[in-house]
Design a protein around this ligand. Structure first.
Ligand SMILES: CCC[C@H](NC(C)=O)C(=O)O
Ligand SMILES: NC(=O)OP(=O)(O)O
Length: 323
C-alpha cells in the first residue's frame, strides 16, 4: 500500500479486514515495524478520534508521532500559487509540506471541504496539493469527500457484530442501513460518501441509503446501494443502522429541514432486527439520535470508535512494511 486515500487504495478488502482483526488481537506484536519511523499528523480542522487513535496506532507499532494543527500551531499558510506574500500569510504550503514530509515517514492529513464550490471540493484540490508536495506516503484523516479510516473501522465493527471470523466461510447477508439525520450545521458528505463507497462493495452486506428526497449523495459513491426515501420502511429488518448528517450534494452545501423528524429514536430502532446503532462521532444527542438509543444495548458507537485504533494501525502497518 502506497497512500490511503480511498477504498480504491485497497487491493483486497477481505485480506485487509483479516489483517486488522489479527492486529487487534495482538496490537503490540509488530513493534519492530515502527522502530526509528515517524508518523506526522497534519490537521487543518478539529478532531478527537482521528487525532488520538492515530497517535495510539503509531505508538502501538513502535513508531514516533508528531501532530500539527495548521495555522494554530504553525505559521499562517498560503495555499495559492503565485501569490505575492506581503499579506497575512507567512509560509507557503509548498515549503510547509516539503519540510513536514522531511520530518516523517508517513504524513496523515485532514482537510475538510469549504462546501462552497462543489468542483473545488470534489476535485480534492487541497488534499491533492498536499499529496503532490509530500515526499512520503499520505494517509487521509478525512478529506473533502472521503473518510477511509472511519469506513475501514466501520467495516471492522460491522464484521465483529455480524459473527464474521477471518478465513471462515461467511454466507450471511447483513442488512446495513445508512440514514440521513438532522444537524444544526451543514456537514461534509465525506463520511457518508466513504461509508457508501466501502459498504456497497462488501459482498456480505446489503446496503440501503435512506434520506429525504433531493438529498441523495453523489452517485459515484452510492452505485450498488438501494436508495430509499422512507426512513421507517428502510429500518424494517435492519441489522445495522448507521446515522449521519450530510449537507446537500445537489444544492451543494445547503442544509435540509424536512417536515418530518428524521432523528433516530427507540421506536424506529424497534422496527429493526434488534439492530445495532452506529455513528462516527461526534454526535449531537437528541438531534441526530435520542439519548435512549445511544444509552441502550442498540448502541455500539464506543466499540466503533475503539476500532479507529485498529483501522489506522493496519493502514500504517501496510504502508510501513513497504518502506
Ligand atoms: C468525523 C466527522 C467529522 C465532521 N463532523 C463535524 C461535526 O464536522 C463530518 O461530519 O464530516
Ligand atoms: N469520527 C471521527 O473522525 O472523529 P473526529 O472528527 O473526532 O476525529
Amino acid at each position: 500500500m502506497q497512500n490511503f486515500i480511498s477504498f480504491n487504495d485497497v487491493k483486497d478488502y477481505t485480506q485487509l479486514l483479516n489483517t486488522a482483526l489479527e492486529i487487534k488481537a495482538n496490537p503490540f506484536g509488530q513493534q519492530d515495524l515502527g522502530k526509528n519511523k515517524t508518523i506526522g499528523l497534519l490537521f487543518f480542522n478539529p478532531s478527537l478520534r482521528t487525532r488520538l487513535s492515530s497517535v495510539k496506532a503509531a505508538y502501538n507499532l513502535g513508531a514516533n508521532c508528531w501532530v500539527l494543527n495548521a495555522g494554530a500551531d504553525s505559521w499562517t499558510l498560503e495555499m495559492a500559487d503565485g501569490t505575492v506574500m506581503n499579506g497575512d500569510t507567512q509560509e507557503h504550503i509548498k515549503e510547509a509540506i516539503g519540510v513536514m514530509s522531511a520530518y516523517c515517514d508517513i504524513l496523515g492529513v485532514r482537510t475538510f471541504p469549504k462546501l462552497e464550490e462543489r468542483d473545488e471540493d470534489y476535485n480534492e484540490l487541497m488534499f491533492n496539493k498536499v499529496r503532490e508536495l509530500s515526499s512520503v506516503p499520505v494517509v487521509s484523516l478525512e478529506s473533502a469527500t472521503l473518510h477511509p479510516l472511519q469506513s475501514f473501522a466501520d467495516l471492522i465493527t460491522v464484521a465483529e457484530y455480524s459473527g464474521y471470523k477471518p478465513h471462515q466461510n461467511f454466507d450471511k447477508k447483513i442488512k446495513v442501513v445508512m440514514t440521513w439525520a438532522p444537524h444544526p450545521r451543514r456537514l461534509p458528505q465525506a463520511v457518508p460518501n466513504s461509508f457508501a463507497q466501502w459498504f456497497s462493495k462488501v459482498d456480505w452486506v446489503d446496503l440501503t441509503i435512506v434520506q429525504p428526497k433531493g438529498n441523495e449523495l453523489n452517485p459515484d459513491f452510492t452505485e450498488g446501494a438501494k436508495i430509499e426515501f422512507d426512513q421507517e420502511k428502510a429500518f424494517e429488518g435492519a441489522d445495522i443502522v448507521y446515522a449521519k448528517n450530510w449537507s446537500s450534494y445537489k444544492n451543494y452545501g445547503q442544509t435540509l429541514t424536512p417536515e418530518v423528524d428524521w432523528q433516530v429514536t427507540l421506536d424506529k430502532m424497534k422496527l429493526t432486527n434488534n439492530g445495532k446503532f452506529m455513528h462516527c462521532l461526534p454526535v449531537r444527542r437528541n438531534v441526530v439520535v435520542s439519548d435512549d438509543v445511544l444509552d441502550s444495548e442498540h448502541s455500539i458507537v464506543i466499540p466503533e470508535a475503539t476500532n479507529r485504533i485498529y483501522s489506522t494501525q493496519t493502514v500504517f502497518h501496510e504502508i510501513l512494511k513497504n518502506l
